[in-house]
Design a protein around this ligand. Sequence first.
Ligand code: PBG
Length: 344
Amino acid sequence: MTKIFCNETFPITRLRRNRKNQAIRNLFTFHQIDAQNLIYPLFICDGNNQIEKVENLPDIFRYSVDLIARKAQEAHRLGICSFMLFPATPQYLKNPEGSEALNPNNLVCRAIKEIKELVPEALVIADIALDPYTSHGHDGLIDNFGNVLNDESIEVLCEQALILAQAGCDIVAPSDMMDGRVRKIRQALDGQSFIDVGIFSYSAKYASNFYAPFRNAVGSQSNLKKSDKKSYQMDYCRNSDEAIQEIALDVQEGADAVIIKPATFYLDIITRASEHFTTPIIGYQVSGEYAMLKYLAASGFGGSFSDSAADFADLCSENLVAIRRAGATAIITYAAVQLLKKIE
Ligand code: PBG
């Protein structure tokens, strides 16, 4: 598609005419942040009536299962319909196999039921990966040398998917980056008649430095020690063709939507993906990207100096619009509730 947009020049053409007041700017608005396109992550902690601050994730909290559904309901009243759940599993329940992931009564399974009961219209998305459950902090099983095992891990991830589906989630979101897991998870779900449980696959997930606050939130950072996830998450120094290949495989294997993560620093990947595939694309503004804007706003940088919440909302809206303009339809963001409260 070629658009010819410049057949006359100044002074005939004055692009500022179409920006001269808010009404005309509104008229030509193409990208904006709507509640309906946002996915709100919720962290779950153990205990009763617990609200815990998350280190380095300003204004984000973990909630115990008894409070989580009310948090979802509050967000739903602002128009947010989609939720992604992450557990902060107590350390004593973590082991090398991540076996708590397969406990049908674990934090996530209980949270799914609570949310579905209080907010039946909600789309509940459950992450598939073992890192919130393993004592070593990796997303899969490891061998004696610390290598993350692909095929053996997939077997457990399939079981995890079934447990989550049985608990009532609408969507499973494999974030583990094992090769071939989407097909196996699809087969496992279909084998148990969960044909309507969708798969939002983290297809292009980079071994990013921007995940640290999230790892604090689920308590995997300290377990990882000096280890990293570079043998399974993608190398950001590579040609972006690799991302296209990852996405193509997941789409072929049955992904209903693909997640690109981080989003903010990988807009080029989102754009390339949106040109290649018809599958919906979700951008994940990850914890470090969110925190970066929070700290920037708190520094007084944003201009209003007195109102860091307003500065944050402005900075963050610009960031999220960029993610949509790049080609993502939906966005996972920790800022969803804060932004909509500002817009309200
Ligand atoms: C792990 C997982 C991670 C995130 C979502 N799922 C972190 C990781 O891969 O170590 C990161 C999200 C964020 O930083 O906001 N399966």
